[in-house]
Design a protein around this ligand. Sequence first.
Ligand code: B4P
Length: 190
Amino acid sequence: MLNLVLFGPPGAGKGTQSQNLIEKYGLIHLSTGDLLRNEIANGTQLGLEAKKLMDDGKLVPDEVVIGMISNKLDANKGARGFIFDGFPRTVAQAEALDQLLASKDSEISGMIALEVTDDELEQRLLLRGKSSGRPDDANPEVIRKRIKEYNDKTAPVAGFYQNHNKYTSINGIGSIDEIFGSINSVVAGY
Ligand code: B4P
């Protein structure tokens, strides 16, 4: 199986590049951000609780997102592989993902991190906020809080994969096609 973790701060291009990867490799896309926004759109209890945190730029509790990923892995047993987009976002989530995959005799092939400066991230998200209707993209203060959450809680996840020799970082600034080319070169080595 090919199991990729796409990693990077909010607005780094994880969702954008996932779309290209799905087409090329036929993988199942698991975006915890999309799964949470579906829960919100469906008005579930989980969605109501997640919305408060997401609108404020905070992470949703580990057990909530781990449970969602576990359900999706079970629902896609015959898959050729998965793209994990926006997950794991904490070291606890990374440990849980390893255990979930090991229980299915599988593992992460590698993490690919998109490196983008904070200024570029803020500009991209504010631009998307004009059309996406996402409350977390509309407000510069919330965007800065998301970047801080990333630096405090998510950036250490890179070290987890470095320790397992499964980490590669690439430049996330440039055209979408150029960045996709860099990602493909990394995937070719798996
Ligand atoms: P996510 O939905 O994961 O969103 P994201 O980090 O904002 O986006 P991404 O990096 O995918 O950016 P994209 O490609 O779209 O998270 C939202 C919230 O959900 C979190 O804040 C948190 O509250 C919660 N959450 C999600 N997962 C969680 C977890 N595991 N644990 C706890 N909480 C969790 O790109 C952004 C913009 O840039 C787009 O407009 C795109 O067009 C543009 N862009 C992309 N590539 C570009 C390029 N090369 N040049 C110029 N623009 C580009």
